[in-house]
Structures are given as structure tokens and as C-alpha cells.
Ligand binder design. Structure first.
Ligand code: ADP
Length: 398
């Protein structure tokens, strides 16, 4: 049986076709520049072999899905006999608000709820909806499943998710901490539990998803009890282009002193801050590390600020958990940068996180990287959000 995992952005569609329950990736790829009236870039691989079909214009997500399905079912690159071989679509949906605490089979009522959540994620949910509708149109008989970035965090207690604003802002506008990257935090938690041969409900961990966007989560008995991102993915640690935690009064200062509009400030905080804004070099951790190695003082300081902020979140989460079985690093930076991991651990001397230099420098699969004397074991567990979406989709249709 095959499941198509779909992740739609406003102008892009990423997909993975996975065989289940074997979990083999049959095909994966991306269609970019959807709806831009230019030739879309469609790149994909089947069984690991790359293909770049002739450029075509994808006016909308429906056309993009059609191109993908055509490529997978016809010609020399076909991996399916017919589109009906796709048993279900699993969609990444960014915001499920307070309605969705787990993945769901999409029906009209679910679609309406996802639509209502567009106010909370105006850049993401409309694109996710477009992807769902495109798949419904392409293959009306196949179920569509929504897997929400926010769902894993719906177990946070009120003391963790409320902001101390007038209470009616929560009642009227649902302003609260939601948290994101839930699929990844859940995946690494469950992978860690499986490696420990324990049920997820038996493990307490601090998961650190460090990529372009970054968030940390305190996991108690397999459930998220706090997370660093908030009402939006802007809150928390320093990211590639996002500032993370700042005093909200900075916004009013920029408005009244510099005459910046809300729209400009929104763009600055989300797209022009973080590593990029502070260094003026790049949002990419590798570029910042290279500049730091060449002696660039601002890049060096940015790395210190980045790691210090993350260390503080780890310390806070270790403090609120009765016991921490492991600190887990994942995503682009968390999985690939031994320097970044070492710097973070060094910024929290009170936690006694001691790394084994060889294990930290090694690459590849899930592994423990702490030294035997470390007060808390430290792990690297590669994330796989597509696999988690496929698993949750399969569970709902099997
Ligand atoms: P996204 O949030 O877009 O999914 P990723 O999880 O792919 O992002 O992470 C991207 C980040 O990972 C970039 O900042 C990139 O520089 C960083 N990264 C990837 N490989 C390395 C590496 N070997 N060393 C340091 N940083 C890396």
C-alpha cells in the first residue's frame, strides 16, 4: 500500500510516496514556483534516481498535484500502475488551533476547522488547504489525513500555554502559546523510547529541533508539557532569520521612534533578524560558522548568543521535569553540527552535559553522544517528519 505525504507552501509542493507498513520511500520531490506564472521547477527521484522533467507552468496546487501524479504513473519513471494505488494522502498542516490534539481524517467539518485556523497561521494554513483540495480533486476516492504541527503540544498545561494578557484576548482571539514542529518533537521522542525499548509514556526528554526554524520541547511521560515557540513560530530561541524572544516593547519603540509600520516590523522580526540580521552575513549556520572561524567578531558573538539562548531553554526544561532521561538534538543544525552541540552544552555548565568527543564528531544514525560521566545523557536523533506523517496516516486508515 502507498501513502503520499504532502507538504504545501504558498508556492511549493513537497511530496514523498512511501510504501507502508514497510516504510520504504518510493519517490520524493518538489514542485516550486507554483502560481507564479513562470515555469515551475519540478525535481523528483524514484528509488533514489534523480529526474528533472521538462519545465511546465503550474498555475495552482491542483496542477502541481496533477503533474506529480502523472510523473509517478506514466512513462519510464512510473512507480505506480495507476493513481488509485495511492491509498491515502497525509498532509502536513501547520495550525490545528485548540481543536486538534491528534491527526484526523479530513471531512467537511475538519476542512472548516482548518479554515478557521487560517487566522492563526495566515501564511501556512491556506497553502495546506490548497494542497488538500488539490489531492481531493486528483483522487476523490482516497482519504486525506491532516497531521498538525501544533497537535503534539496540545497536552501543555494552562500554566505553560497562557500569556498574562487580558483574559478576553484568549477567549476572543485564542491568543496563547501553541508551539510548532510537533511532528518532529514527537518523532524523536518516540524513536528515543523505541531505542530504549520503553513505551513513549515512560520517557522524559528535552528535544531540541535546531534547523532554519528552531524550537525546544519539554516532554514528560511522552507528552509535550512546554515548548519554546509560542502563538507563532517567532517566539523562542534565535533562528536563521527570526529573532526569537525579545521584549515586545521593542515593537512600539520602532513604531513610535522610527515610524515603522506593523507590516515592516513583522517582516523584520521574521525574515531579517536572527543569525542573518545580527551577523549581516547569512541565515545559514554553516556560513556563520565559517565567518566565525575566519575571525568575524559578530559571527562569533552570534554563535555565543545562539547557543546561550538554547542552553537557557534546556536548563529551564530540565528544571521543570522531575527527571530528564536525555537531551536530544535533531534537524539540520542539531543533527549535523558537532561544534554547535558542543557550544550549547558548554554554555550550561550547571547541567553537567559532558560530550564524548568521538561520538559527537561521528555522523549518521541515532546515537548517544555524551560521555559516561554526563549528568544527563545527550543524544542525536535524525528527525523524519515525512515518516511520522506516513505512520500517522497509515494508523488512521489501516
Ligand atoms: P528547515 O528548518 O528549513 O527544515 P533544516 O532542518 O534543514 O531546516 O536546517 C537547516 C540549517 O541546518 C541551516 O542553518 C544549515 O546551515 C544547517 N546545517 C546543515 N548542515 C550543517 C552542518 N554540517 N553544519 C552546520 N550547520 C548545518
Amino acid at each position: 500500500m502507498y501513502i503520499m505525504v504532502v507538504n504545501c507552501g504558498s508556492s511549493s509542493l513537497k511530496f514523498q510516496l512511501m510504501a507502508v507498513p514497510g516504510e520504504e520511500v518510493i519517490a520524493k520531490g518538489t514542485v516550486d514556483r507554483i502560481g507564479q506564472n513562470v515555469a515551475a521547477q519540478f525535481l523528483y527521484a524514484t528509488h533514489g534516481r534523480q529526474h528533472a522533467p521538462a519545465p511546465m507552468v503550474a498555475h495552482d496546487h491542483t496542477e502541481a498535484v496533477k503533474y506529480v501524479i502523472e510523473a509517478l504513473t506514466s512513462g519510464a519513471t512510473a512507480v505506480l500502475r495507476a493513481k488509485e494505488d495511492i491509498a491515502a494522502f497525509g498532509h502536513r498542516v501547520v495550525h490545528g488551533g485548540e481543536q486538534f490534539t491528534a491527526s484526523v481524517i479530513i471531512d467537511e467539518a475538519v476542512l472548516r476547522c482548518i479554515e478557521e485556523c487560517c487566522a492563526l497561521a495566515p501564511l501556512h494554513n491556506p497553502a495546506n488547504l490548497a494542497g488538500i483540495r488539490a489531492c481531493q480533486q486528483a483522487l476523490p476516492t482516497a482519504p486525506n489525513i491532516a497531521v498538525f504541527d501544533t497537535a503534539f503540544h496540545q497536552t501543555m498545561p494552562p500554566q505553560a500555554y497562557h500569556y498574562a494578557l487580558p483574559y478576553e484576548y484568549y477567549q476572543r482571539d485564542r491568543i496563547r502559546r501553541y508551539g510548532f514542529h510537533g511532528t518532529s518533537h514527537r518523532y524523536v521522542t518516540e524513536t528515543y523510547a523505541a531505542l530504549m525499548q520503553q513505551p513513549a509514556s515512560a520517557v522524559n526528554v528535552v528535544t531540541c529541533h535546531l534547523g532554519n526554524g528552531s524550537s525546544l520541547t519539554a516532554v514528560l511521560q511522552g507528552h509535550s508539557v512546554d515548548t519554546s515557540m509560542g502563538f507563532t513560530p517567532l517566539q523562542g530561541v534565535i533562528m536563521g532569520t527570526r529573532c526569537g524572544d525579545i521584549d515586545p516593547a521593542v515593537v512600539f519603540h520602532l513604531m513610535t521612534n522610527d515610524g515603522l509600520t506593523a507590516e515592516t516590523i513583522n517582516a523584520v522580526l521574521n525574515k531579517k533578524s536572527g543569525l542573518l540580521g545580527f551577523t549581516g552575513i547569512s541565515s545559514d549556520m554553516r556560513d556563520v560558522q565559517t565567518a566565525a572561524a575566519q575571525g568575524n567578531q559578530r559571527a562569533l558573538l552570534a554563535l555565543d548568543m545562539w547557543a546561550y539562548g538554547i542552553a537557557k531553554y534546556i536548563a529551564a526544561y530540565v528544571a521543570i521535569l522531575p527527571r530528564t532521561d536525555a537531551v536530544i538534538f535533531t534537524a539540520g543544525i542539531g543533527e549535523n553540527s558537532s561544534e554547535a552541540r558542543a557550544l550549547i552544552c558548554a554554555k550550561a555548565p550547571g547541567l553537567g552535559l559532558a560530550l564524548d568527543a568521538d561520538a559527537n564528531a561521528s555522523r549518521g544514525a541515532a546515537r548517544k553522544i555524551s560521555a559516561p560521566g554526563s549528568r544527563i545523557p545527550v543524544w542525536v536523533i535524525p528527525t523524519n517528519e515525512e515518516l511520522e506523517i506516513a505512520r500517522e496516516t497509515y494508523e488512521l486508515i489501516a
